[in-house]
Write a protein that binds this ligand. Structure first.
Ligand SMILES: C[S@@+](CC[C@H](N)C(=O)[O-])C[C@H]1O[C@@H](n2cnc3c(N)ncnc32)[C@H](O)[C@@H]1O
Length: 261
């Protein structure tokens, strides 16, 4: 089974869509703007590429996706004006798993381009957009084809559930009740996945290219301390455990009292 068809953000722009429920991730994108701006400024002023290929990995669909792209283009356009250089042709690649709502991104592109052109004021070069479905834990772009890679709030997703964690009872992630082998299994899986990610991107970036990666982390070194990170997994685990209990009660009405006593 292709997991990417099943595990993805909610599409569209309805009440329960990712587009309407990604305020927290949007904060991360705004907070990292200075880092992104500095990286793209340094990359572009060194090389003045005529064509700039930019990829957003784990782009999902919604306001954050286009905010990142417009932010990068605006920085380059301002630089071009300062340097009196004609603006480059842009190739923007949106990557996510195959079940992602790429159509929702495509539908908003005309509007996006119009707004961008209004903000930039001077005539900018052509901007081409591409959807690239596939796991970023594999090669998704041709050799040496990208100048700038961006990814925000996506690399915390592992390629699979770590093996040998069946004893992580009632949890769906690392929690203060998790045995130490569970912590190690998650750590090892992340290490393997992130190494694969870096090896693939090393092939895809042009020489001198640049990456800005943002992922949530812990303030505390204790991986089981969920106070500052991952408390929402505990909430979700409680809901799932509640649902399991309900199914159990539904299936075994006679045992109802036993379950609650
Ligand atoms: C929380 S969303 C972040 C979306 C967006 N970057 C933002 O900041 O709002 C994480 C995204 O990463 C994608 N993702 C997770 N694992 C992935 C993988 N292996 N390859 C490509 N995309 C992946 C998910 O489908 C999801 O759309």
């Amino acid at each position: 089974m292709d997991l990417g068809q099943v595990v993805h953000m909610n599409g569209g722009d309805g009440e329960t869509s990712y587009a309407k429920n990604s305020f927290h991730q949007g904060n991360a994108v705004s907070l990292t703007k200075p880092i992104r701006d500095e990286a793209i400024t340094s990359l572009y002023s060194k090389t003045l590429f005529k064509s700039l290929a930019i990829a957003d990995l784990g782009c999902s669909s919604g306001p954050n996706t286009l905010f990142v792209v417009s932010d990068i283009i605006m920085v380059v356009e301002k630089l071009c004006q300062q340097l009196n250089h004609s603006s480059p042709e842009y190739k923007i690649f949106f990557n996510d798993v195959s079940g992602n709502d790429f159509n929702n991104i495509f539908k908003s592109l005309d509007n996006f381009k119009e707004k961008l052109q209004d903000e930039i004021k001077t005539k900018m070069s052509s901007c081409y957009f591409f959807g690239v479905p596939g796991s970023f834990y594999s090669r998704v772009f041709p050799n040496r084809s990208l100048h700038f890679i961006h990814s925000s709030h996506s690399l915390q997703w592992l390629s699979k559930v770590p093996e040998g964690i069946e004893n992580n009872k009632s949890n769906i992630y690392i929690n203060y009740t998790s045995p130490s082998n569970v912590v190690k299994a998650y750590y090892d899986q992340f290490k393997r996945d992130f190494s694969v990610f870096l090896k693939c991107r090393a092939e895809e970036l042009v020489e001198g290219g640049c990456m800005v990666l943002t992922m949530p982390g812990r303030r505390n070194e204790d991986p089981c301390d969920i106070k500052y990170c991952c408390y929402y997994w505990e909430l979700l685990a409680a809901v799932l455990n509640g649902m399991v209990l309900e199914v159990y009660i539904y299936k075994h009405p006679i045992n109802e009292k036993e379950v609650f006593l």
